[in-house]
Design a protein around this ligand. Sequence first.
Ligand SMILES: *[C@@H]1O[C@H](CO)[C@@H](O)[C@H](O)[C@H]1NC(C)=O
Ligand SMILES: *[C@@H]1O[C@H](CO)[C@@H](O)[C@H](O)[C@H]1NC(C)=O
Ligand SMILES: *[C@@H]1O[C@H](CO)[C@@H](O)[C@H](O)[C@H]1NC(C)=O
Ligand SMILES: *[C@@H]1O[C@H](CO)[C@@H](O)[C@H](O)[C@H]1NC(C)=O
Ligand SMILES: *[C@@H]1O[C@H](CO)[C@@H](O)[C@H](O)[C@H]1NC(C)=O
Ligand SMILES: *[C@@H]1O[C@H](CO)[C@@H](O)[C@H](O)[C@H]1NC(C)=O
Length: 562
Amino acid sequence: MGCRATCRQVLVCVTLCCTLVFVNAEDPYRFFTWNVTYGDIYPLGVKQQGILINGQFPGPDIYSVTNNNLIINVYNSLPEPFLLSWNGVQQRRNSYEDGVYGTTCPIPPGKNFTYILQVKDQIGSFYYYPSLAFHKAAGGFGGIRILSRPLIPVPFPEPADDFTVLIGDWYKANHTALKAILDRGHKLPSPDGILVNGRGPNQTYFTFQPGKTYRLRISNVGLQHSLNFRIQGHKMKLVEVEGTHTLQTTYSSLDVHAGQSYSVLVTADQTARDYYIAVSTRFTTKILTTTAILHYSNSAKQVSGPIPGGPTIEIDWSLNQARSIRRVPCNSLLIPDIATGLAMTNLTASGPRPNPQGSYHYGMINLTRTIKLESSAAQVNGKQRYAVNSVSFVPADTPLKIADYFKIGGVFRVGSISDHPTGKKMYLDTSVMGADFRAFVEIVFQNHENIVQSWHINGYSFWVVGMDGGVWTPASRKQYNLRDAVSRSTTQVYPKSWTAIYIALDNVGMWNIRSEFWARQYLGQQFYLRVYSPVESPRDEYPIPKNALLCGRATGRRTRPL
Ligand SMILES: *[C@@H]1O[C@H](CO)[C@@H](O)[C@H](O)[C@H]1NC(C)=O
Ligand SMILES: *[C@@H]1O[C@H](CO)[C@@H](O)[C@H](O)[C@H]1NC(C)=O
Ligand SMILES: *[C@@H]1O[C@H](CO)[C@@H](O)[C@H](O)[C@H]1NC(C)=O
Ligand SMILES: *[C@@H]1O[C@H](CO)[C@@H](O)[C@H](O)[C@H]1NC(C)=O
Ligand SMILES: *[C@@H]1O[C@H](CO)[C@@H](O)[C@H](O)[C@H]1NC(C)=O
Ligand SMILES: *[C@@H]1O[C@H](CO)[C@@H](O)[C@H](O)[C@H]1NC(C)=O
């Protein structure tokens, strides 16, 4: 019956379309010039040195439409190397522009680098952030929104306005002080507070016209804590998760784990006054809470009353909420698949385009590989480290992708991390896992620790097919959601629990897989997945950009033959 054949044909079709786009059609361009500087910020009332973009903290939002080319010229006016990365932007065939140290040379102080990205076949809410050192603790982040193209239906009416809401835990200590603690081999203390759009309690206002509906694009840009988001007296209708339009479920509060993005619709349907927006830490013994203000334009009264409380039940509540987050809405959008009789989502309304991948049903494809990733925390040489499958990542002297391009040996070894837990004692290495282009892979994240974890994969979005307490076994597959799981790029793993994802490795390149718990990724809880195609063709992967910076052992090389 050949569903697989169908899927392959679909993939070939997609590839052909893309090739044509690459060669002929010009999608619209958007140009940005950004100057990255240090500047004084006072988010928790004390003066701090923040990382500003064009003088702003947080940085400016990137507005774009599916398939736009984004040309972002970043001037590094810091006295140290700097890089931006694009959380959730897939960089199709283009890992050189990914902006993490494994793919891209840092922008030296006083120099600039122009990123050339395309937000290919994507919609949704994402963010950018500084990827080197511990810069993320100083700012340098901002929202990215990718709107649907005008003719593509969006499964809800156009909101009256659309706000970026960047939430995250925050330290009063500066990023160099925090980095020094980690470099000495210690854990970080608890954060001091929570910021909403770079500001402390009651400093951020969102103005709503009575009766109108607004979209909030909420991203957790913080360093570690899961955050619960809620609005006094108002409900939130979830509509999008990291590029997937969702079943429109109404929530009174939402758990947003480190690195995740959600869009909700909120209607100003209450008495005209001001209301608290509350954001508080989850799964922590000491709960940090901050507030922002939802202001009705005709408000007659300041915020008052108790700050709305968050959920008190920890894991089960959150797990049930996670399971309720599903792909797109109503029955009219479900069409029967002729071959199987199963309902399939009509992705016309859930994705970026009338999508041939609409017939690419993730639940119908045979797995080609299972990867099991187990995290751990331990001391190595007397210093705190974190690992995946016993390997604690250490950066090489040359970005891995660049070393790969120039075939510079000795920088990394494919296979330097096992695709299953080994039970070995933790050790340091520049861990790179090999994978075949077009493989269809199951990845199981197993968490034996007593904290919530959050994992992100660059270059991809993946289907979150299952999560539960305990240890994953093949029998856990019986409870997978193979119908309407969301496709996203960041997933949580609850304490002493597992999360399973399916991922179609359709994007050649060198891709970072990391903990979004920032101290953990800094101290080694990350690695790179090298998705490899033996065919060296721009159909599978773009050539190295002409303006690529070269560093480490690639310094002075030429990106093109003479
Ligand atoms: C998946 O594998 C099974 C068993 O090997 C086979 O019968 C089936 O046709 C395969 N399905 C697809 C879609 O390739
Ligand atoms: C960046 O900002 C700094 C400080 O305002 C300024 O001195 C510098 O000239 C700016 N650089 C660019 C390229 O705009
Ligand atoms: C730096 O900016 C200049 C002027 O816009 C541009 O021509 C050049 O390509 C940029 N450098 C890099 C490495 O992208
Ligand atoms: C960062 O914090 C350290 C330790 O408190 C301090 O010595 C240093 O001056 C700070 N740096 C800046 C630029 O504020
Ligand atoms: C502002 O925020 C804090 C905590 O978030 C709260 O306790 C305080 O009462 C708030 N209200 C006003 C009007 O300042
Ligand atoms: C898919 O949804 C779109 C938008 O609602 C609709 O126009 C189209 O007819 C649907 N396609 C199918 C096959 O149901």
